[in-house]
Design a protein around this ligand. Structure first.
Ligand SMILES: [Mn+2]
Length: 339
């Protein structure tokens, strides 16, 4: 890691400012990694960092994290490539140029790319650290702090800890030895009261409306469950409900769809015991040319614009494509999850 930290330092030589971009609709891992990078560069390279993102931070726990962390973070307009000044370096964390949820297009010449999703291998990023075998970008940022011999502040440690915890579902999914090591290293610095507040954040009543709809529309086909939660209040609700549905006994695959404004959002989950699972491939097949998708073996997501199309019809198509991809015979009758 010392070498990586040295390369990162070399790459940023001559810059006094950095624009740190997160993926769209950032999750705790993205927010924590962005803030950790800002903290590291400020403390060690005296750089001034600005964090920016597009989209929505909707999930109550994620809002609580932001509320606790108070990162100097700004929301950018949707569908606009963020701009930076010539004396400002640009970093991308928890995503890569050209990924479905990336604010930077394919091949964009970012200065720094730090990510743990599937390597897009487009060479983008003068300093590029992409390690898909890790469970969280927060693990990578913890390693950078250690390499720079910088003790994390309570704020940063708590955020990184929560980033690893959520991305790996409490070290139960896509977890490597490095994630476990980072998790326990951070533990001693964590603000436990803040963590309890974040994890138990209260949710709006609309959350239960969406949850009810998701349960009522869920159909089980052998080990596959497909659910549509209708128009939802925020785009990352599909991910939350997909995680919940994956807990159903005997389930190997979950596809959860929701509409947010004029867009359809999709979350795919595969059981981690299914060694051959490729959630990213399924998400990409489902979305096709209509939108974008990305992820890893056990979890993936995607989105497509509705352009005025009927959401229910698109969901029917998504269901058909899912069952085809997973070789579920058409003779299998769908079973409602709840009566
Ligand atoms: Mn992540």
């Amino acid at each position: 890691m010392q070498k990586r930290w040295q390369m990162l330092t070399d790459c940023l030589e001559g810059y006094l400012e950095i624009l740190i971009l997160l993926h769209d609709d950032p999750d705790p891992d993205a927010v924590a990694s962005g803030e950790a990078l800002r903290y590291l560069l400020e403390e060690r390279l005296q750089m001034e960092g600005r964090i920016a993102y597009r989209g929505v931070i909707g999930r109550a726990e994620n809002r609580a994290l932001v509320n606790f962390l108070q990162p100097q973070m700004e929301k950018l307009p949707d569908d606009v490539t963020p701009e930076h000044t010539p004396h400002q370096a640009v970093a991308l964390v928890d995503t890569q140029p050209g990924a479905g949820n990336s604010p930077l297009p394919q091949g964009y010449d970012a200065d720094v790319v730090v990510d743990h999703h599937t390597d897009r291998e487009d060479g983008a990023g003068r300093f590029r650290d992409v390690r898909p075998w890790l469970g969280a970008s927060s693990t990578m940022m913890t390693q950078y702090l250690q390499a720079a011999e910088l003790k994390p502040s309570r704020r940063v440690a708590t955020a990184l800890f929560y980033g690893i915890k959520t991305d790996t579902r409490g070290l139960s999914r896509d977890t490597s030895a490095a994630d476990i090591a980072a998790y326990f290293y951070l533990l001693e610095f964590v603000d436990v009261d803040a963590l309890v507040t974040i994890e138990n954040a209260q949710v709006p009543a609309a959350y239960f409306t969406s949850l009810t709809k998701a349960m009522q529309t869920a159909r089980v086909y052998d080990g596959v469950v497909v659910s549509y939660l209708g128009q939802s209040d925020y785009p990352d609700l599909t991910a939350e409900i997909a995680d919940l549905l994956l807990r159903l006994e005997g389930i190997r695959w979950v596809v959860c769809v929701g509409a947010y404004e004029d867009q359809l959002n999709l979350s795919v989950r595969a059981h981690s015991e299914d060694a051959d699972a490729d959630a990213e491939e399924l998400a990409t097949k489902i979305i096709g040319e209509a939108g974008s998708a990305g992820g890893r073996n056990t979890l993936a997501g995607g989105q497509m614009p509705l352009n005025g199309a009927n959401a229910e019809e698109l969901v029917d198509e998504i269901r058909t494509r899912t069952l085809e991809y997973l070789d579920v015979p058409s003779s299998v009758e769908p079973r409602p999850l709840v009566p």
